[in-house]
Structures are given as C-alpha cells and as structure tokens.
Design a protein around this ligand. Structure first.
Ligand code: HEM
Length: 187
C-alpha cells in the first residue's frame, strides 16, 4: 500500500488520540518497514494491518470497526489532497461511479506501483447503486467507512448493506446503496 495511506493512518490515530498514543502503538508493532513512511513509496499491506490491529486492541474495538472508522476519516482527507476528483460531482452517486474508471485510474498514473481495488457498478434505480469491490486485500470494512465519509462529504445520507463478501467465498464483496436524494434532485 502507498505511503500516503500509512500517513493518513498516522494522522487518524494522532487526531483522535494524540501523538503519544500513535508513538506508543507504533513502538509495539513488529513492522517489516524500518524507516519513516513516505507518501510516494510503497510498503507491505501487512504493516498497515499490524498498526490498525494494535490500535484496535489499544482502544478496545474490533479490527473491522477500526478499519471502517479509518475509511470514514480518509475520504475528506483524500478529497482535500486530490480535489479534482470531486469537481463536477454534486451527488455522491456520480462521484462513486467514477472511482474505478477515473479516480483509481489516475491514482495508478500518479503513484507508481499503486494497486487500488477494482469496483464494478450496477445502476438499478436513480436512488440506488450496487457496488462490487474486488481486491486481494479484502478490505470491505474500508469500503464501508469510505461510503460513510462520502455521505458526510456530500451531506447526502447513504444507506449501505453488504450483501456478499469474499471472506465467505463470494467472487466480490457486494454493497447495496440507497441514497436519500436521487441524482438530479439538486439540479
Ligand atoms: C478522492 C477520492 C479517492 C482517492 C484520491 C483515492 C485514492 C486511493 C489510493 C491512493 C489508494 C491506495 C492504493 C495503493 O496503495 O495501492 C486507494 C485505495 C483504496 N481505495 Fe481509493 N481513493 C478515493 C476514493 C475512494 C472511494 C470513494 C472508495 C470506496 C467507496 C475507495 C476505495 C478504496 C479502497 C477499498 C482502497 C484500499 C485498497 C484495496 O482495497 O485494495 N477509494 N485509494
């Protein structure tokens, strides 16, 4: 995973629980990486999960709740870093539908060796969306959190239910989304 995500994880823990908390958690993590995380470099996914698991244990929450909270935290930070990806989107649905064919395509160009997930969409109704997430990393709680962050960013509630998971043998993790306002309601 790219260093930018490790840097956001440090910010997430520091903003929520303070610098000392991050340093204590970091000191207890047996990481493969020995140097400071640099945004443009790539690091083992295992290191990210080690830090998240240690933080979850420290704060007495499940790893999946911690990953979800981290995803929610990440969305506005990613938008602040790459504002171009929300330009022109007035509704979360059009933004989400651009993840795979615009945002993560550009991410692959901007960040060497980036391996963002694949996302596939079915558009059954104006106020609904089916999102299929495919990644060897199997971080579906991160998707949930990013959806929460997207709803907050666009100030449009998004109901989302995960209906399939690769951890249970499905070929993709599937989320059914319902938007409180239809696309075009603001036009
Ligand atoms: C401004 C918007 C966004 C930007 C700039 C962005 C950028 C990135 C970057 C840099 C990575 C790391 C890739 C790597 O290290 O290999 C990543 C991973 C990821 N992104 Fe996005 N992203 C955005 C929006 C979203 C949204 C809205 C979702 C889902 C609803 C999403 C889902 C994910 C997931 C789940 C990963 C983790 C990697 C994996 O599962 O394999 N992203 N993204």
């Amino acid at each position: 995973m790219k260093g930018v995500i490790f840097n956001l994880l440090e910010d997430f823990i520091t903003d929520g629980w303070g610098e000392q908390a991050y340093e204590e958690i970091f000191a207890q993590c047996p990481l493969q990486t020995k140097e400071a995380f640099v945004g443009l470099n790539s690091y083992p996914d295992a290191d990210l999960l080690t830090i998240v698991a240690k933080a979850a244990a420290q704060f007495d929450i499940s790893v999946s709740d911690a990953v979800r909270a981290f995803g929610k935290y990440c969305l506005p930070k990613l938008v602040a870093k790459y504002p171009i990806f929300v330009a022109g989107h007035r509704h979360p649905k059009t933004f989400l539908m651009s993840i795979d064919n615009v945002i993560h395509v550009e991410v692959r160009k901007l960040l060497k060796d980036a391996e963002p997930p694949r996302m596939f969409f079915v558009d059954p109704a104006p106020d609904q969306l089916i999102l299929r997430y495919v990644s060897k990393r199997q971080l579906c709680p991160l998707v949930s959190g990013l959806l929460d962050g997207t709803a907050e960013y666009f100030r449009t509630p998004i109901g989302h239910t995960q209906t399939q998971c690769t951890q249970s043998g499905a070929s993709a993790c599937e989320f059914h989304l319902t938007f409180e306002n239809e696309v075009g309601a603001f036009a």
